[in-house]
Design a protein around this ligand. Structure first.
Ligand code: C2E
Ligand code: CA
Ligand code: CA
Length: 731
């Protein structure tokens, strides 16, 4: 790479939060901090300011690599090499460099709107690893050329010793003692004759510790295989030098890792005379690399192997030369984790994940099993060479059993459930991506069957199922291509059965898979952020539809209202208020004819600042409904501070009222909620009314309005405009 500084006009994508609009500023700040920290550890002839200019393009390279899709850490290696080129080679330089990257790169050179923090951290660790690798390689190259020059002069000195003894001995001493690399000379028996002070220092300062031993005494349990065979070849004169990384034990028992080059010095007759060892202390660098490697391959929260390590292992196991015949994979996804996270907060969610990780880890007994966390609440257990299919299904069952006992957190006992997709089969037929896809589809099948269970992959079933991955990648084009449409489900007044409005429910007319319900794609759109444009589209359509109903006088004297679902991500979108107001104004709809439905779990933990946009909308007259009420962990008293006008009681409450006579406990619960809601001046809408008996009970209990198949299923907007109003029950 070229380390010449570029001007502020060069394009750079990340926006440092302190410097909106000018990414150059973020890089400049980063380069400044970087140069301040590292300059004292460099032997450069540049001034500090010149050095900062030198670092600027390196900062840019790191920032751009951080955001690149797909991610490629290799620019980090170039940065490492450029640092060596600038003589940042003192032992403390690399730790300083990495410390600055660790602490400030994300802060100044990253845009959290583009790069989620967790991903940013993982990428940052991998970049550090690359910087360190590039640094080590460049340093090695440099040391190698230095070492070669030294070996030449040492040999010359020894050879001429007999002739011009004094003069050349002095010159040799100067080179020998002044060198920053450790130098040791031994005779061909392996007796150490001489070492320089750099080498003595590496070993802990005691010359005696090194001199009292022979070369062959320095066996270390972590020696690379074959080291001593190669050494013997050198002693026999069959090779002139070798080079390797070798550990030694210092006088205090600690380990010294070196980059060792041993050369054979021959006499004028060509016979081996001495061995010259040149050693570079790489202990720090090695430890650092081990730490970075660990960080890049482990999940910071749970300490389990992360996605990167899991894929490395999976790829290895599936590769032809691995010697593995079969593999098993359990793909586990927690049921309802989002609700815990939304209603009890991320820190409780995090603790729950840590607990789950510990329990899962306790299920594995064999080194052939690996548990990893590969996403928010997604874990995998990989089994190499399972003895039988039941070894893998047993593991899945053990995982479910391990989770079956509630986790005590935040003063409650949180039940944990999970769905697991199990794949087991011979290696050689599937790629890593296919194994994972199959496990993912199977996990979804387990969820669809109620969760808290495992399912075994079935290739026929896989072929019919559409993977989440496929749907996710097609979502943006589907929105562009107009593949979404909206159905409306009437909301009926309990007192007289008249229609007061309708809820807009989005569907996807998928060209291959037919009509898909929102449960299939809303979570994916929420995850990728597409929910924002999709939600805006739904809002526009629904508001326009409500206008049309009103213009056509449908609903009689009382204008029909439209209910639109808002997902948590939309709730946090900065333009929520302005866009909603613009949509209402464009269509000319009274804000009171719009009701936004927000789930209880998304709202309950929101602080005042987060509630502000909704409060603004409520002040403008827009109605706010708390959707799926009763499924979160909310405390009823906290409802007071929410800007809600309506409470939508979740279907799970009305289920118990289907039977005749109704479940008395359910009756009491609903009655209690209704009276509390009314005390708080909230209207109550019940969801999922399927039978006349339910409708009857709910009316008696004082519910204001209802929605459900008993009245009407979701359908095209014309259904509401037809002359069938008010709808006949059960239509
Ligand atoms: P929701 O808001 O709770 O919507 C009610 C769901 O219950 C709808 O499912 C509806 O078809 C279904 N339903 C209505 N009456 C009955 C009944 O009597 N019995 C039963 N068993 N089900 C009934 P749908 O259309 O599949 O929607 C699922 C969820 O998708 C919705 O749940 C809502 O959370 C979400 N959703 C739908 N459209 C949108 C949208 O435009 N934006 C966002 N963010 N979410 C949406
Ligand atoms: Ca809803
Ligand atoms: Ca609902």
């Amino acid at each position: 790479m070229s380390p010449t500084p570029q001007g502020p006009t060069a394009s750079g994508r990340p926006l440092a939060p302190e410097a909106p609009g000018d990414p150059y500023d973020g890089y400049r700040r980063f380069a400044r901090i970087w140069s301040r920290a590292v300059y004292p550890a460099t032997a450069t002839s540049m001034t500090r300011t010149e050095f900062e200019d030198y670092l600027l393009p390196l900062a840019r390279a790191l920032g751009e690599a951080l955001h690149a899709r797909p991610f490629d850490p290799s620019p980090g290696r170039d940065v490492g090499a450029a640092l060596v080129e600038a003589h940042c080679t003192a032992p403390e330089a690399l730790p300083q460099v990495l410390g600055v990257v660790d602490a400030y790169l994300l802060l100044y050179c990253s845009d959290p709107a583009v790069l989620p923090t967790e991903e940013g951290r993982a990428r940052c660790a991998r970049l550090q690893h690359a910087v360190s690798a590039g640094f080590a390689r460049a340093l090695q190259e440099r040391t190698r050329s230095e070492q070669e020059a030294l070996a030449r002069s040492a040999l010359a000195a020894r050879e001429s010793a007999e002739k011009a003894l004094h003069e050349s001995e002095t010159r040799f001493r100067a080179v020998f003692e002044g060198a920053t690399v450790g130098i040791g000379i031994a005779d061909m028996d392996g007796t150490v004759l001489d070492i320089n002070s750099a080498l003595a220092k590496m070993f802990g300062g005691s010359e005696q510790h090194v001199r009292s031993r022979r070369v062959s005494d320095w066996v270390h349990p972590d020696d690379a295989p074959g080291v001593w065979r190669i050494h013997e070849e050198l002693v026999r004169g069959e090779r002139d030098h070798y080079r390797m990384e070798k550990p030694y034990t210092r006088s205090d028992g600690t380990v010294l890792w070196t980059n060792l080059t041993v050369s054979l010095l021959r006499g004028p007759d060509g016979e081996p005379r001495y061995m010259l060892a040149l050693m570079e202390d790489i202990t720090e660098r090695r430890l650092l690399n081990l730490r970075l490697r660990y960080e890049a391959t482990h999940d910071a929260l749970t300490d389990l192997p992360n996605r990167t390590l899991f894929f490395e292992r999976l790829e290895h196991v599936l590769s032809p030369g691995s010697g593995t015949a079969r593999i098993g994979l359990c793909y586990l996804d927690l049921d309802g984790f989002k609700t815990v996270n939304d209603s009890l907060g991320h820190s409780v969610g995090d603790q729950l994940l840590v607990n789950v990780a510990e329990r899962l880890q306790s299920c594995v007994a064999s080194p052939r099993h690996m548990v990893a966390r590969i996403g928010g609440d997604e874990f995998v257990a990989l089994v190499s060479d399972p003895a039988s299919r039941s070894e893998v299904t047993d593991l899945a069952q053990r995982a479910l059993d391990a989770l079956s006992c509630p986790i005590p957190l935040a003063g409650r006992e949180l039940p944990v459930r999970a769905s697991i997709g199990v794949v087991e089969g011979p290696v050689g037929e599937l790629t890593p991506a296919e194994v994972l896809r199959s496990a993912d589809i199977t996990m979804y099948r387990a969820k669809a069957r109620g969760g808290n269970r495992y399912e075994l992959a079935d290739p026929d079933c896989d072929a019919r199922t559409i993977s989440r991955h496929m749907l996710t990648t097609h979502l943006p084009a589907a929105l562009e291509g107009g593949e979404f449409f909206i159905e409306y489900q009437p909301l009926v007044r309990m007192e007289d059965g008249s229609v007061e409005g309708a809820e807009a429910l989005v569907r996807w007319a998928h060209p291959l898979h037919g009509v898909l319900g929102p449960d299939r794609f809303i979570p994916l759109a929420e995850h990728t952020g597409l929910i924002v444009p999709l939600g805006r589209w739904v809002l526009e359509q629904a508001v326009r539809q409500a206008c049309e109903w009103q213009v056509r006088g449908i609903g009689g004297t009382r204008p029909l209202r439209v209910n639109v679902n808002l997902s948590p991500r939309q709730l946090h979108h900065p333009e929520l208020v302005s866009e909603t107001v613009a949509v209402l104004e464009d269509a000319g709809l009274d804000p009171a004819s719009l009701c936004l439905e927000v789930t209880e779990s998304a709202l309950i933990r929101a602080d005042d600042a987060e509630l502000k946009p909704l409060r603004r909308l409520a002040d403008l007259g827009v109605r706010i409904a708390l959707d799926d009420f009763g499924t979160g962990y909310s405390n009823l008293a906290s409802l007071r501070r929410l800007p809600a006008t309506t409470l939508k009681l979740d279907r799970s409450f009305t289920r118990g009222l289907q039977q005749d006579p109704a479940d008395p406990v359910d009756l009491k619960v609903v009655e209690g909620i209704v009276s509390l809601a009314h005390a708080l001046e909230l209207a109550v809408t019940v969801e999922g009314v399927e039978t006349a008996a339910q409708a009857d009970q709910l009316r008696k209990l004082g519910c204001d309005s209802a929605q459900g198949w008993y009245y009407a299923r979701p359908g095209p907007p014309e259904r509401l405009s037809s002359r069938a109003l008010p709808l006949a029950a059960g239509q």
